[in-house]
Design a binder for this molecule. Structure first.
Ligand SMILES: [Zn+2]
Length: 242
């Protein structure tokens, strides 16, 4: 019921998934409050966050993702996501970041009795439904047992606009990391299957590879990765019909 369309139901939904609190970095800000005359609901609707790009910082809280010693994927994802947010905003793209600290998104999801992992995934998808961005970009770090596996891999929803977005981001990261990998279509991942807008999972580089790792854990390397992803997103917006 809460997912069905506009007006009040969307506001109830927003509250239910915890979006009305802090923790969402983006265009949203509470309106000035006038205690003597309560705002009509039509005004409240303006408080909904809007975005061209929803940046999904992978994992968080109890879910660390992959790790190398005490270097956690969730921390690298967050660092790159924050930098990507700043770069995009600096270039005039409205971006929203769905996690601004080290916590699990499942903690915000109190409306489902599913497993923590499924609540986490549903929360990421739910945020996308509410914010209605033009693009969904999920930031991750890869791991391989096989030596020599390095470089970026962009996995995209198996449809045209996602493929285009994936190709541009892959190209940006390939240039940045001197790689020649190709983007990969997939329908195996929950967010790629469920999110209704063009969406990609960006496996930025391999934490298992020493050269990649050096880049992933250094602020300068993280900035270069974020810039390359932003270049891809901007290239997509240049050619895609909106
Ligand atoms: Zn991951």
């Amino acid at each position: 019921m809460l997912l069905r369309g506009g007006g009040l139901s969307r506001i109830v939904w927003l509250t239910a998934i915890g979006l009305t609190g802090a923790g969402l970095l983006g265009a949203w800000a509470p309106p000035p409050q006038r205690l003597d005359s309560p705002e009509p609901l039509s005004h409240v609707r303006h408080t909904l966050p809007t975005a061209e790009v929803l940046i999904d910082a992978g994992h968080g809280g109890i879910d660390s993702g992959t790790h190398w010693g005490d270097v956690m994927e969730k921390d690298i994802n967050l660092a790159i996501s924050r930098k990507l947010y700043i770069v995009l905003r600096g270039r005039g793209i409205k971006a929203v970041l769905n996690r601004t600290g080290d916590y699990a998104l499942s903690d915000d999801n109190r409306w489902q009795s599913a497993s923590r992992h499924n609540r986490d995934l549903a929360q990421r998808k739910g945020l996308s439904d509410v914010i209605e961005p033009e693009l969904f970009v999920s930031i991750h770090v890869n791991w391989s047992k096989k030596r020599g596996n390095r470089g970026p891999i962009v996995i995209h929803q198996d449809e045209g606009r996602s493929a285009l977005l994936g190709a541009f981001i892959q190209d940006g990261l390939n240039r940045q990391q001197s790689s020649r990998r190709l983007p990969v279509p997939s329908n195996k991942y929950y967010v790629l299957n469920r999110v209704k807008v063009p969406s990609v999972i960006v496996e930025t580089a391999f934490l298992s590879d020493s050269r990649d790792r050096e880049m992933l854990i250094s602020p300068r390397g993280q900035s270069r990765v974020a810039l390359a992803i932003a270049d891809g997103i901007l290239a997509y917006f240049c050619v895609s019909p909106s």
